[in-house]
Design a protein around this ligand. Structure first.
Ligand SMILES: [Zn+2]
Length: 459
């Protein structure tokens, strides 16, 4: 009865929800600036009878919206931020709407509305159905900066739920045991002394030299870290002209690894390298730790459940027009053939219909859902919302996120969330087992927010 009511409601609201996903797609906003999206979603949740806090834990575009009472309390993690420079029309050729403007290159317009759709459907199920519990929609800003959920967690979020569910747009239908990396992001600012580079170089102390020596040290560090560590940097300020000794220079680093401990260890060693570079060049160092996130802690009980529900839920049927659209996009990327070779799709398949088997290969990207997964048992699954070969964070993703391909995948995702929640509501042993697995993996370790208390929100 619960599931039937919830799915019927989802169907009733389908057009309205798709419209909201299109509106957010058409108004792409960067992290912590998602004022349109957060307001629009909060308004709907309020009209659906949720108890809504927009500006939750003092973050202007964060939302907490609650419906129901008692346990189980299930959190749904919504996101709605876009990526810079990815403005794109719903088209099979690369064509920005506004050159240089943001676009939904990770499909977060679908991500936020999928959780909204599931939340209002589950609410209706609780209201009219025969099962009880609490549903909490979290609107999580700035996922692309990997700081939204850690900032929310720093403010106390995610402690009053039993578990969390996330869903992400993708090229396939898959639930996975794959872990993701933890991360620290920091800027290293060096300050030296300027001088004429030819007339009196002896009086200069180059901040750029410090940056370069730091990078040399970091590149030697790579040999002495565990295999899972990834270190990337860009020089964001390296001076203005070759004939002026730069008195200011900045290098921006990401450190990733499959455990938080390895990130912290590598990061601390990187700071020592920066200090060494400052000493060598007689410059001053200022370290600006911007934030960080945890690795994604897999909960196999919840992954297995997600996989089961995904296979049991009717998947979208693609129209000729949708298949043509995807085929055309796939013809424009060599990623398509790579994907086929990797066994993620059959040759000639342009939009996924099957549910792939659960895989275990770690993914070295990071996702700030990792922080939530260290606070409560969390599951994440993905459904096909784009052509099979769409590269991550690309104009092709933007095109599909504004097309019926993305919208159908999003609604299938929402139906799966309803199915997962139905199973959790019906059978308390699932959550019990998920909590046991979580406790075993956490092994008494307390969640420590990777963002120190004195780091302000980046806006
Ligand atoms: Zn994303």
């Amino acid at each position: 009865m619960f599931k039937e009511v919830a799915l019927n409601y989802l169907n009733e609201k389908r057009d309205e929800l798709i419209k909201v996903s299109k509106e957010i797609w058409a108004n792409p906003e960067l992290g912590h600036k998602e004022h349109f999206a957060s307001k629009r979603i909060a308004e709907i949740l309020e009209s659906e009878g949720f108890d809504v806090e927009l500006g939750y834990v003092n973050i202007p575009t964060a939302i907490k919206a609650t419906y129901g009472s008692g346990s189980p309390a299930i959190g749904l993690l919504g996101e709605y931020d876009a990526l810079p420079g990815l403005s794109q029309k719903v088209s099979t050729t690369e064509e920005p709407i506004i050159q240089g403007a943001p676009g939904h290159g990770c499909g977060h317009n679908l991500l936020g509305v999928c959780k909204l759709a599931a939340a209002i459907a589950i609410k209706e199920g609780i209201k009219q159905g025969d099962l009880k519990g609490t549903i909490v929609f979290y609107g999580c800003p700035a996922e692309e900066q990997l700081t939204g959920k850690p900032f929310m967690a720093r403010g106390g979020a995610f402690r009053d739920i039993d578990m969390a569910i996330s869903w992400h747009p993708a090229s396939y239908n898959i639930a996975s045991y794959a872990s993701k990396t933890a991360l620290n992001s920091a800027k290293f600012h060096f300050k030296g002394k300027t001088a004429h580079a030819a007339l009196d170089p002896q009086n200069g102390r180059s901040a750029l030299s410090a940056v370069e020596l730091m990078n040399v040290g970091a590149n030697y560090l790579r040999e002495h870290v565990t295999d899972d560590v990834r270190i990337h940097y860009v020089i964001t300020d390296g001076g203005g002209a070759p004939n002026v000794v730069p008195d200011k220079a900045t290098v921006f680093y990401f450190v990733r690894a499959l455990t938080r401990e390895a990130v912290v260890d590598t990061y601390n060693r990187l700071v020592k390298i920066a200090e060494g570079a400052a000493m060598m060049t007689e410059t001053q160092l200022e370290v600006e730790l911007l934030g960080g996130c945890y690795n994604y802690l897999v909960n196999k009980v919840l992954v297995d459940l997600s996989h089961k529900v995904m296979t049991e839920t009717k998947r979208p049927e693609w129209t000729e027009e949708e298949l043509e659209f995807a085929k055309e996009l796939n013809s424009k990327t060599d990623n398509y053939q790579k994907t086929i070779k990797a066994g993620y799709a059959k040759d000639g398949e342009h939009l996924a219909t099957d549910v792939l088997p659960i895989d275990e290969k770690p993914r070295y990207a990071s996702n700030d859902t990792g922080d939530v997964s260290h606070i409560v048992p969390t599951c994440m699954f993905m459904t096909a919302t784009q052509n099979i070969g769409a590269p991550g964070h690309s104009w092709q993703v933007v095109a599909c996120a504004g097309h019926s391909i993305g919208q159908k995948g999003m609604m299938y995702g929402a139906e799966c969330i309803v199915g997962i929640v139905d199973e959790i509501f019906k059978d308390p042993t699932i959550l019990k087992k998920a909590k046991e697995e979580f406790a075993e993996k956490i092994n008494g370790k307390e969640y420590i927010c990777p963002i120190p208390d004195d780091v302000p929100l980046p806006y």
